[in-house]
Structure formats: structure tokens, C-alpha cells
Design a protein around this ligand. Structure first.
Ligand code: ADP
Ligand code: MG
Length: 351
């Protein structure tokens, strides 16, 4: 992977929402990451930490009140040319979206247009994003849709004429993945793709995503609050807290030797699979109000490792370990990272 160049480079990204009275709050702050071809990156963290905002921002699909207020997003196409995603406009943006980067939106399973058959959802998607060239024929649309549905192991003859309410949750999620892969993007962003599905269906979606990635070779950004799921689907993990990435590394590094107390808290909060294993421990307190971030480390008030110094500055994301080839593989934004351990029991002293 080290010999390849990233297909997506995000630098110092800031995304803000207008909150009325001319005020804004930054929901994503100082985010840096690189995504390499065929890599799978998981963004994990509690609800409200900015995962969806980041995903939508990458596709320039922010809701009306949201805006990228700083930073850069560079996309490297299959032709090797780099494009400035934040400078794209109108037609160019519409064409780039979906054919280069596509997304399965959070909660989209419940957002199908109920009066359109599945076949019409495919036709709409193709027409909306193929802005150049001749309008595809009905037959061409049908063939593409059928191939995409077969790829997600659905039967086109049964699914295409159906209305959304006639499909199960798992089937709808497969249709959404087929819609996202329709124009063969290089990057697929999936926002909580298995939330609200039962465990067996979750498992089949995860297996299918592995297969699809092997077959089509796309890279994945996988947004989830479900750590076990992220560990199965991702090569790298980035933990987000209060709009920032506070730890990033390989799945192995972050899940076996987390170096940010928040990552430790998330891992300990996972319910055990074995009976009799340690009870999950939820992280005390709640994330800070983005409109009134405390001075210093934003996790400080909830952190069993916090010392006075943590109140001074918000720590930068810095290497905690380097690979022999000199590439940074594991970073954390904690001045006490050397003391942080998954296995040591820490009490919140004097709180
Ligand atoms: N459409 C919106 N308008 C205003 N604020 C929003 C909007 N969407 C999200 N936010 C705020 O941005 C923050 C991050 O939200 P979100 O990106 O949805 O987090 P996550 O996906 O990690 O749960 C939250 O504080 C949320 O209140
Ligand atoms: Mg979300």
C-alpha cells in the first residue's frame, strides 16, 4: 500500500452548521486522512461526533445549513489526475459524484420514494448522474440495473418491478448498495449500513461487502458506531470525538493497543459475545456541546487519565508508533498516550 498514492486526501477539513443568529458551530474540525485504492477505512464514534457530516461533506452533499468552512479535499481519478473536490461546480460535481464516489446514506432504507418501483429508482440514478452522452435507452438501464442487483445477490426479475414496501429491510439495503455501485465508483461511503438490521442480515451484508470489494476493487469509508462491525470491514480505523479524529491506525493496532482513552472507552463499551465475560462499561458523561467547547482536551471531563496539563491545549494527532518503512501507522491525540491501556483498570479520581 505504501507504494501507491492516495485516491482521497483530506487536509484540515472543517465543516460548520449555521445555528441561527449568524452563529455557526463546527461539526467537523481539523480532519486529516488519506484513503488508498481498495482500502477500507472505518470512522467510529458515538452519535453526534460528526461522522455523517464528514461523509456528506466528502461528497459535497451537506444539508442546507452545512458548509465546508476550511481545508482541502483532493481526489485522484483512475487517470491519475488530481481534482480539487471543493472547487467542483454544477455539472462537473454531479458527474463526479456517483461515478467516482457514491454513498449509502444513513437511514436511506426508509427513504425510498414509496410510489416508485425499484426499476425507476435505478433509472433516476442513472439519469441524474450520467449527464454527458446520449440518454441511455430503457433496455440499457434495465441491463445495468439487473447486473447491479445480481452483484448484490438479488433476483432482478423479482426486485425490479417491486415497490419498496414489498422488500425486506435486508433487501432494501442491498438495493441501496446496488444503486451506489451502479456507476462503478472508486470509493463507496457507507453510513451505518447495518443499523436496524437483525444480526443474521447484518452478517450477510458484511460478507457481501467483502465479496463486492474483491470483485470491483473499490475503496470504502465505513461509518459506524458499531465497533465489532467496523473491525470486520475495515483495514484502518479513525475514532472521532467532538468533530475531530482523535486516534487512527490499523484495525489491529487500535483494537488491541488503543492509545486514546476515548477509544479505550468505546472498546470497553462493546457488549461481550461470551456469557460471563466482563460487563460492558459505558463511558461516563456525554460529548461536549460543540457550540461551547472546553479549553484544552475536549475529552478531559470524561477521561480517567486526565491531569492538569490536559486543560491547557487540545492535543494534536501525533504518531504513537511508526512502521519500519517510516510510514506512520498509528496516531493519537493524547498527551498521556503512553499510559493509556486497554487492560489497566482506571478509576476517575476525585470526580
Ligand atoms: N442538518 C444539520 N443542521 C444543524 N446541525 C447539524 C445537522 N446535522 C448534524 N448537525 C450537528 O452536527 C453534529 C454532528 O452530527 P452528525 O454528523 O450527524 O454526527 P454522527 O453521524 O457522528 O452521529 C451534531 O452536533 C449535530 O447536532
Ligand atoms: Mg450519523
Amino acid at each position: 500500500m505504501s507504494t501507491q498514492e492516495p485516491i482521497l486526501s483530506v487536509r484540515d477539513l472543517e465543516i460548520s452548521y449555521r445555528t441561527g443568529a449568524g452563529r455557526t458551530v463546527a461539526a467537523v474540525r481539523g480532519v486529516d486522512f488519506d484513503l488508498y485504492p481498495q482500502q477500507s477505512l472505518a470512522l467510529v464514534g458515538e452519535s453526534g461526533c460528526g461522522k455523517t457530516t464528514l461523509g456528506l461533506g466528502l461528497l459535497r452533499l451537506l444539508p442546507k445549513l452545512g458548509r465546508v468552512t476550511g481545508g482541502e479535499i483532493a481526489y485522484r481519478g483512475r487517470d491519475g489526475a488530481t481534482r480539487d473536490v471543493l472547487a467542483m461546480q454544477g455539472r462537473e460535481l454531479r458527474q463526479w459524484r456517483w461515478s467516482e464516489v457514491a454513498m449509502v446514506f444513513q437511514g436511506a432504507m426508509n427513504a425510498f420514494n414509496p410510489v416508485l418501483r425499484i426499476s425507476e429508482h435505478f433509472a433516476d440514478t442513472i439519469r441524474a448522474h450520467r449527464v454527458d452522452g446520449p440518454r441511455p435507452s430503457r433496455k440499457a438501464v434495465h441491463e445495468r440495473a439487473a447486473a447491479a442487483l445480481e452483484a448484490v445477490r438479488l433476483e432482478p426479475a423479482r426486485v425490479l418491478p417491486s415497490y419498496p414496501h414489498e422488500l425486506s429491510g435486508g433487501m432494501k439495503q442491498r438495493v441501496l448498495i446496488a444503486l451506489a455501485l451502479l456507476l462503478e465508483p472508486q470509493i463507496l461511503v457507507l453510513d451505518e449500513p447495518t443499523t436496524a438490521l437483525d444480526l443474521l442480515t447484518q452478517r450477510s451484508i458484511v460478507n457481501m461487502l467483502h465479496e463486492l470489494r474483491e470483485r470491483f476493487g473499490f475503496a470504502m469509508i465505513f461509518v459506524s458506531h458499531d465497533l465489532p462491525l467496523a473491525s470486520e470491514l475495515a483495514d484502518r480505523v479513525a475514532t472521532m470525538y467532538a468533530g475531530r479524529i482523535i486516534e487512527s491506525g490499523t484495525v489491529h493496532d487500535v483494537f488491541t493497543t488503543p492509545r486514546h482513552p476515548y477509544s479505550v472507552g468505546l472498546i470497553k463499551a462493546v457488549p461481550p459475545v461470551r456469557a460471563g465475560a466482563a460487563e460492558p462499561a459505558s463511558i461516563p458523561g456525554s460529548p461536549p456541546d460543540l457550540a461551547h467547547l472546553p479549553q484544552g482536551c475536549t475529552f478531559r471531563a470524561r477521561c480517567p487519565y486526565a491531569i492538569d496539563e490536559c486543560a491547557e491545549t487540545d492535543p494534536e494527532l501525533l504518531p504513537v508508533e511508526s512502521r519500519p518503512d517510516g510510514l506512520v501507522s498509528h496516531e493519537a491525540a493524547c498527551i498521556r498516550w503512553e499510559h493509556v491501556s486497554l487492560h489497566e483498570q482506571k478509576e476517575v479520581a476525585g470526580r
